[in-house]
Design a protein around this ligand. Sequence first.
Ligand code: ZN
Length: 274
Amino acid sequence: MFLSSKRLLSLIALLASLIVSPGALAADIEVLWLGHATARITTVEGKVIVIDPFLKKNPKTPEKYKDLSALGKVDLILITHGHFDHVADVSELAGMTGAKVVANAELVRQMAALGKLDADKIIAMNKSGTIMPVGDKVKVHMVPAEHSSSLVLDEHADGAPNLVTAGAPVGYVIEMENGFSIYHSGDTGVFGDMQLIGRMYEPDLAMICIGGHFTMDGSSAGFAMAELMKPKMILPIHYGTFGLLKGNPDQLKQALGSADIKVLDIKPGEAVTF
Ligand SMILES: [Zn+2]
């Protein structure tokens, strides 16, 4: 059987829209999951956004990406909250790439005051705010998360962490040049306004924490997505990194039941393209 060149091209486009490894067929938008809550998102026009960089000490990050230069150029870094497993590599990555850093006002100003970030590079904002920090076509919305936030400075002599306030935890919705929207939950429990986020931004892809203990597990995340947010696709994150984070994609799929939501069950270091 022969395929016409047009049909062959559409077949290639279809394959490119499925899960592929980084560096495979080019596509409009790429989401590279690097383990835990860390992701590198490339927009339609090639802007690169990194969320919650935790790579060098992340047991699930592929060895290649423990060298931060493997991320390539980075235009923007989004931080959801101040906990170590979300900010560990922010300072170094921002320093080496010159990327602007977005976070809740208290967190990002605190980091600048502590010398962890260049004050000229921070974008302090808050929940319900919308910015367009990488051109005038990509919108970044800061949305609520139900969690806590602090920044560890060092340890007291007795070994207790020396914490400072880091404002409220948040999530993000990124609206791409072509309207495709991505929700990143940060760390959160289930909250009723997930329904509001779903109605306002209609996420095509929801990157959601499912590890449990500190956040939703697969079961509660499945309930939240099926009953409240209703995204088209889910990329589960923030699970399996440490022993306490026992939630898993199978729990999530079971809890989603017959909901019309596709789970992109990929491994750290793999990418999805849209
Ligand atoms: Zn976390």
